[in-house]
Design a protein around this ligand. Structure first.
Ligand SMILES: NC(=O)c1ccc[n+]([C@@H]2O[C@H](COP(=O)([O-])OP(=O)(O)OC[C@H]3O[C@@H](n4cnc5c(N)ncnc54)[C@H](O)[C@@H]3O)[C@@H](O)[C@H]2O)c1
Length: 259
C-alpha cells in the first residue's frame, strides 16, 4: 500500500466499510492521512475494520448496525460522524446491496429493495451531509456507480441494479450544479467486475459463459482489485482534483468500450 499523505488533514465519511471495497477504501484513506468515520449495516464487519486500521496506526471511528436505507438513520449517522472529528471534507458513498432477477421474476419488493439500498441511501446521506459541507466550506462527494449503468449484459439480470446505479450517476450531475457555488464537488466512480470477498469464489471458478462474455473481453486482461477502485477515490478526495466535478471515472480495464 503506497501512502504519501495525499489526504493529510481530510475528514472522510465512508459508507459500507464493513466489507468488500469499503475496507480497502478505509485502509487507504487512513494510510494517506485522512481521519475516517465509517459505517456499515454489518456491525461485526465495521468493528473488524476499525480494529484492523487502528492496529495499522490509522485514525478511524466506525459505527455498526447503521441502515442507511432508512432516511432518519442515515441522517443521524451523518450528524454523528461529522461530530466525531468536528468536520467533513469527503463523503464517499460506497455502500450498496441489491437483488438480481430476470424482469418477469423480479418482484416489486425486489425492485424496491434495490432502489432503497443502492439509490435512496445515497440521496439520504448526501442530503444530510449537504448543510455540513456548506458549513465547512465545501468538499468532495464520491458516489459509486457501476458499469452496470452503462450497458445491458447477457450474464446477469441486472434490471433494478443498473437502474439504481443510473440514478446515482444522474443525481451526481445535479449535485455538481447545486454544489458548485458552495465549493462542493461531486463525482462518480464506476467499477467493472472487481474482486471482493463476495465475488472472489465466482472469479476463482467462473461459469463458462461469464468467462466468455466478460473475463475474456477485458482489454487489460484481468478483473479489478479493490485497490484499482480506491486509487481513483483517493484522487477525487484529494485537492489534486479540486477543479474536477461531474466526472464518471469508469474503472474496468477497458471492458465497457467493447459493449
Ligand atoms: N464488486 C464489484 O464487482 C462491483 C462492480 C461495480 C460496482 N460495485 C459497487 O461498488 C461498491 C462496493 O461494492 P462491494 O463489492 O465492495 O460490495 P460489498 O457487498 O462487498 O460491500 C458493501 C457493503 O455495504 C454495506 N451495506 C449494504 N447496504 C447497506 C445499508 N443499507 N446500510 C449500511 N451499509 C450497507 C454491506 O453490509 C457491505 O459491507 C458498491 O456500491 C457496489 O455496487 C461493485
Amino acid at each position: 500500500m503506497s501512502a504519501h499523505g495525499r489526504l493529510d488533514g481530510k475528514i472522510a465519511l465512508i459508507t459500507g466499510i464493513g466489507g468488500g471495497m469499503g475496507v480497502a477504501a478505509a485502509r487507504r484513506f487512513c494510510a494517506e492521512g485522512a481521519r475516517v468515520v465509517g459505517c456499515d449495516l454489518n456491525s461485526e464487519g465495521a468493528a473488524a475494520t476499525e480494529e484492523l486500521i487502528r492496529a495499522e496506526g490509522g485514525e478511524i471511528t466506525t459505527m455498526g448496525g447503521v441502515d442507511l436505507g432508512d432516511a432518519e438513520a442515515a441522517r443521524a449517522w451523518v450528524d454523528d460522524a461529522v461530530a466525531v472529528y468536528d468536520g467533513v471534507d469527503v463523503l464517499y458513498n460506497n455502500a450498496s446491496t441489491q437483488r438480481f432477477a430476470p424482469l418477469e421474476e423480479l418482484s416489486v419488493a425486489d425492485w424496491d429493495f434495490t432502489m432503497r439500498n443502492e439509490l435512496n441511501l445515497v440521496f439520504y446521506t448526501v442530503k444530510a451531509a449537504w448543510p455540513h459541507l456548506k458549513t465547512y466550506g465545501g468538499g468532495s462527494i464520491i458516489n459509486v456507480g457501476s458499469i452496470a449503468a452503462l450497458r445491458g449484459v447477457e450474464f446477469m439480470a441486472q434490471n433494478a441494479h443498473s437502474t439504481a446505479k443510473g440514478g446515482v450517476i444522474s443525481l451526481t450531475l445535479q449535485l455538481v450544479v447545486e454544489g458548485g457555488p458552495h465549493g462542493i464537488r461531486a463525482n462518480v466512480i464506476s467499477p467493472g467486475l472487481t474482486e471482493t470477498p463476495n465475488t472472489a469464489p465466482m472469479l476463482a471458478d467462473p461459469p463458462e459463459r461469464m468467462r466468455r462474455v466478460v473475463l475474456d473481453r477485458i482489454p487489460l486482461g484481468r478483473h479489478g482489485q479493490a485497490e484499482d477502485i480506491v486509487n481513483a477515490a483517493v484522487f477525487l478526495a484529494s485537492d489534486e482534483s479540486s477543479w474536477i466535478s461531474g466526472t464518471n471515472i469508469v474503472i474496468d480495464g477497458g471492458a465497457s468500450v467493447l459493449g
